[in-house]
Design a protein around this ligand. Sequence first.
Ligand SMILES: Cc1ncc(COP(=O)(O)O)c(C=O)c1O
Length: 306
Amino acid sequence: MAEPYAFFKGQYMPLKDAKIGILTQALHYGTACFGGIRGNCDAEKQHLCLFRLKDHYRRQLDACKILNICLPYDADALAELTVETVKRSGFKENIYCRPLAYKSSEAIGVKLHGLEDDFFVIATTLGPYLGTGGIKCCTSSWRRVSDSQISPRGKITGIYVNSALAKTDANRSGFDEAIMLNENGHVSEGSGENIFVVMKGQLITPAPYDSILLGITRDTVMQLAKNELGIETVERSIDRSELYVADEAFFTGTATNVASIVSVDQRPIGNGEPGPLTVKLQKLFNEVALGRNPKYSDWYTFVKQR
Ligand SMILES: Cc1ncc(COP(=O)(O)O)c(C=O)c1O
């Protein structure tokens, strides 16, 4: 029987048996960083493809440096124990891995130093995140945190209060997702996705200095656009009103994949349908993420299902 599984406190166990104490420091102060890795099931080949597994761990280890978290594992070791957790879960369908590195001391006090650190990873299932149709967005009145507040460079759990405020306001106002502006009023990203626009034939995405997470799907799409379509992505600041006049817009993210944005602040993007470049990149991405393009074999970790 397949079931969600965890590597927790150095052991493999069913998720239901993995528990933490209620005084755990990270639970109180947001002093943890997470990852999110999809395992896409290729039914024909009877395996799962964990997509860019080590790249996810390299980014998470960078976030650990920011948070002063020391783990006894490098990216290779983290990848290995993730593969074993996935195998033990027994899932034969698309899966999602959620690693978390955290301040594990059971202690009261706001700080990063002088505390124990720990790591776990969960293998479970996760359906489509934002749905498969076109996404209707609003720009949020909440500004994206900047590097001088909490670095958006890592998936630091405390930052996600910023995302959650924006997302809930958007959903309660009838939108699917929020687009956050940074403290300079430039477009930053969605609550859990990077954003791209297509304008006058150019593919444009906010630059790293615009308070974004350096998304792995973002990087994948940039590489696919260049290698497969000969399109260089321009990384620059994007004004809010440029969203309104863009020909196409889309989100990228591990949970979301590549998802078309069809309106922003009740203004249709282009003709209000997924645009042609978005659809092309979506197709390219979906095929590559399934592990079917040998040109990108470095990005694949295959897990044979038992
Ligand atoms: C704030 C934020 N931006 C962007 C992304 C997309 O990153 P990736 O493509 O690495 O999943 C995420 C993913 O969770 C995110 O939380």
